[in-house]
Design a binder for this molecule. Sequence first.
Ligand SMILES: Nc1ncnc2c1ncn2[C@@H]1O[C@H](COP(=O)(O)OP(=O)(O)OP(=O)(O)O)[C@@H](O)[C@H]1O
Ligand SMILES: [Mg+2]
Length: 165
Amino acid sequence: MKTKVIYPGTFDPLTNGHLDLIARASKLMDELVVAILRNSEKGEPLFTVPERAEMIHEATREFGNVSVATFDGLLVDFARSQKASAVLRGIRAISDYEYEFQMAMMNRKLDPELETLFMMPAEKYTYVSSRLIKGVFRLGGDVTALVPPLVVERLKDKTLATPHK
Ligand SMILES: Nc1ncnc2c1ncn2[C@@H]1O[C@H](COP(=O)(O)OP(=O)(O)OP(=O)(O)O)[C@@H](O)[C@H]1O
Ligand SMILES: [Mg+2]
């Protein structure tokens, strides 16, 4: 049977940590769907959903089995509609564990058939998060080693377009 896996998140924006996980997972799975959660509870995003999708699409072009989708509502419903057998999540540090454990258990409660897979990024990306990237970039910090080159470009475009955001 072919393994189709969903990698859900907000990806606002995609980082090298996300990309590291995508690269590792794409080798193991037949199909990987990077799924952007449309209505996240994180507050006002920096990039629109189409902007985020486009960046992921561009950055994952080299992998033949990675696609991009968007979803709303319950992850288990989306996974079922996609006929996916598992969900991929990343664990950076102990601090990720508690939340991820709860979500995995809740998702299992909602759909016992859906597995959650955890992967760890390369050590050099263990502290990278979208939130931190946005914060550092806003203050003029160099993030070029931590996000794909096209994300750096889009971050610059955003700052030029909305200097006070
Ligand atoms: N650097 C990273 N290494 C491994 N996994 C990561 C990394 N960054 C995010 N992930 C994982 O990717 C998934 C989607 O995460 P999410 O979209 O919240 O990204 P994030 O970088 O944590 O963004 P934010 O700072 O907005 O929460 C989660 O499972 C998260 O743990
Ligand atoms: Mg996060």
